[in-house]
Design a binder for this molecule. Structure first.
Ligand SMILES: NC(=O)c1ccc[n+]([C@@H]2O[C@H](COP(=O)([O-])OP(=O)(O)OC[C@H]3O[C@@H](n4cnc5c(N)ncnc54)[C@H](O)[C@@H]3O)[C@@H](O)[C@H]2O)c1
Length: 331
């Protein structure tokens, strides 16, 4: 029976079709799963969803009523899925617990470097034949301190690159990663990390305990000239509080690949529509801020691994196998 894959980008589609080739029939649509689009899944036992899918209780109810029994999420994070409701509805849910952490860590570094060395501003100037250096001064990172909040797979990959730059490493996590400790990372309380770091990067998952991890007091604890990068989940930062600090002229640079209200915006072309999100509109006006639309994972390698794992998750579901990717097992 055909699988319906929601939220498929044009350059992701051939990789999905290749991963399922000869095993399953799959139809890809570019719309994201939400309450309005859920009815098109009617009659599909298995749906595959992307990172910005709305898999809240209402949507899961619509899917279940249409006969869906399995959701194969094509991401690591699953903060968008109401697992308790899925379980109640007897719906299997799987995600991709591992794919190239380098994709995200390298992108976090791209943001850090771009804001530190004003790369976008410089490129815009040269396109305009304005070759002045005024306003483009950055800082050496060698010898400075990188603070990594969340030292799992991606945090570790980030820390390895920081180590290569010759940075001192501070870490904060509920569980210490021995590989990071071997790099010389010192685990410290969050406030100490925020106060001492020149570069702060977020790699914890979004959950109730980590929502607004970077809230107004956390922002106040950071150095005025810190660089803050978020390539994890938008909800980790209180964006309104961040805008307040930026208005006060704080921070050398802020690089955001994720935004707490990104659903319904990111991955879509909104360029011809009136801007409704005043916070995001303000955020992108700061000269020291760079916002990208959740593309950190978007390398050929990572997307290939994500779709291959998704195909395996579907096969496991068909054959009644459990794996570490299963969040709600088949009842
Ligand atoms: N922007 C993107 O394209 C993109 C892509 C992939 C993943 N991500 C995000 O990156 C996050 C991290 O991915 P990963 O593969 O490194 O995950 P991981 O599970 O390997 O690491 C997460 C780390 O966070 C720590 N942690 C969990 N709860 C915590 C808490 N309450 N307080 C402090 N630390 C806590 C864990 O101990 C672990 O070390 C994902 O959850 C996802 O949200 C973003």
């Amino acid at each position: 029976m055909e699988i319906l894959a929601f939220g498929v980008q044009a350059d992701e589609q051939p990789l999905i079709e290749q991963a399922f080739h000869g095993r399953e029939e799959i139809r890809c649509v570019d719309v994201f799963l939400n309450e309005d689009t859920a009815p098109i899944a009617a009659g599909h036992e298995i749906v595959s969803t992307s990172v910005n899918a709305d898999l809240g209780a209402d949507v899961l109810e619509i899917l279940a009523a249409g006969g869906t029994r399995m959701v194969a999420q094509r991401s690591t994070g699953f903060n968008n899925i109401d697992l308790a409701t899925a379980e109640r509805l007897g719906m299997t849910v799987a995600r991709v617990s591992y794919y190239s952490p380098y994709s995200v860590a390298e992108f976090a570094w791209a943001l850090a470097m771009a804001v530190n060395r004003r790369i976008v501003r410089a490129a815009n100037r040269t396109r305009d034949f304005d070759f002045r250096l005024q306003g483009l001064m950055g800082r050496d990172l060698h010898g400075r301190t990188a603070g990594v909040l969340g030292t799992g797979k991606i945090g570790e990959a980030f820390a390895r690159i920081a180590h290569g730059f010759g940075m001192r490493l501070l870490g904060w996590d509920v569980a210490e990663n021995p590989a990071c400790a071997e790099l010389g990372m010192r685990y410290v309380p969050k406030d100490e990390l925020l106060a001492q770091s020149d570069l702060i990067t977020l790699h914890v998952p979004l959950m109730a305990e980590t929502r607004h991890l970077i809230d107004a007091p956390a922002l106040k604890a950071m150095r005025d000239d810190a660089i803050l990068v978020n390539s994890s989940r938008g909800g980790l930062i209180d964006t309104v509080a961040l805008v307040g600090e930026l208005r006060a002229g704080r921070f050398a640079g802020v690089g955001l690949d994720v935004y707490e209200a990104e659903a319904g915006l990111f991955f879509l072309d909104k360029s011809l529509e009136p801007v409704e999100d005043d916070t995001l509109a303000r955020l992108v006006t700061f000269p020291n801020v760079l916002v990208t639309s959740h593309q950190a994972y978007y390398t050929r390698d990572a997307v290939g691994q994500i779709v291959d794992a998704t195909a395996r998750n579907v096969l496991d579901y068909r054959e009644g196998r459990r794996s570490e990717n299963v969040l709600v097992p088949r009842g």
